[in-house]
Design a protein around this ligand. Structure first.
Ligand code: ZN
Length: 270
């Protein structure tokens, strides 16, 4: 069994402040340890479920050379390999080869979620909202569509209660979720102790992979319209004259393609 672990940093138990997820800040070094150990917990769960190949992909934009590069290699479980990519959604090799299931670890809720810790969608300063064929989605939705394009389901989501609720609504009740904290503001949360949280993630990963057919691969539909509402008019204006993209409102663009990946690649270039 091949397992893809997709991770972000904001959904880790004990991570509550932006300084813990921003490269160069002193608190970031503590955040990296907590983050890497939650990944290791998912790796252990995957191993217990019988995974023979485990690839981890960090999706957290920490800034500078830390972007998509927040894991601490020496602390990682030796039974996984990890990807450091230059641009998010660039790495798809394991999906193209055929991957049985994906686990999303330490995710955060979409922008504008009242109880979403460190919530945002792609960019906390430049993006307001994102829709796939009319459905409002967050970053787990993007990862789910990427995996779904190659028929791979996301079977586990961990993070705060808000992201667990959001992703169950999107991916269905077959999804296993593990809430490691309850946020009550963008930078406030009641956390489960890291050691206990890791055990919950390990057990959740094992349970989810024991029945990975419980979740269908996510497909937003064909053809696919991706709508982005930006923070400013110039964010949207920079997409004028691009094939397949229309600026439909001063701050809103629509990218239309025969399928999700085509529509995504049209505007999210790397
Ligand atoms: Zn992040």
């Amino acid at each position: 069994m091949r397992v893809f672990i997709i991770s972000d940093m904001e959904g880790v138990s004990g991570i509550v402040k932006w300084e813990q997820v921003t490269g160069g800040e002193r608190l970031y070094e503590e955040g990296r340890v907590l983050y890497t150990e939650e990944i290791n917990a998912a790796v252990r769960g995957a191993k217990r479920a019988g995974a023979t190949e485990i690839v981890v992909m960090d999706c957290h934009g920490a800034g500078k050379g830390w972007t998509f590069n927040s894991l601490i290699p020496e602390r990682l479980d030796p039974d996984c390999e990890w990807v450091v990519q230059h641009s998010w959604t660039e790495y798809t090799e394991i999906l193209e080869q055929g991957c049985d299931a994906a686990l999303c670890v330490a995710m955060h809720a979409m922008a504008g979620t009242a109880d979403g810790g460190l919530c945002h969608t792609v960019s906390g300063t430049q993006w307001y909202n994102l829709w796939f064929n009319g459905t409002l989605v967050g970053e787990t939705g993007i990862n789910a569509a990427l995996c779904g394009h190659w028929g791979c389901p996301i079977v586990l989501v961990t993070g705060d209660e808000a992201v667990c609720r959001e992703t169950k609504e999107l991916l269905g009740d077959g999804l296993t979720t593990v809430a490691v904290k309850r946020s009550f503001g963008r930078q406030s949360a009641r956390n489960i102790h890291p050691v206990k949280a890791r055990k919950m993630i390990e057990d959740g990963a094992m349970a989810a992979l024991a029945n990975f057919n419980a979740v269908k691969p996510y497909d937003p539909g064909k053809p696919c319209e991706i709508t982005v509402e930006f923070a400013t008019t110039e964010n949207a204006a920079s997409y004028r004259y691009r094939p397949g993209i229309e600026v439909v409102e001063p701050r809103k663009i629509v990218s239309t393609g025969p399928d999700w990946l085509t529509a995504w690649r049209q505007f999210y270039a790397f």
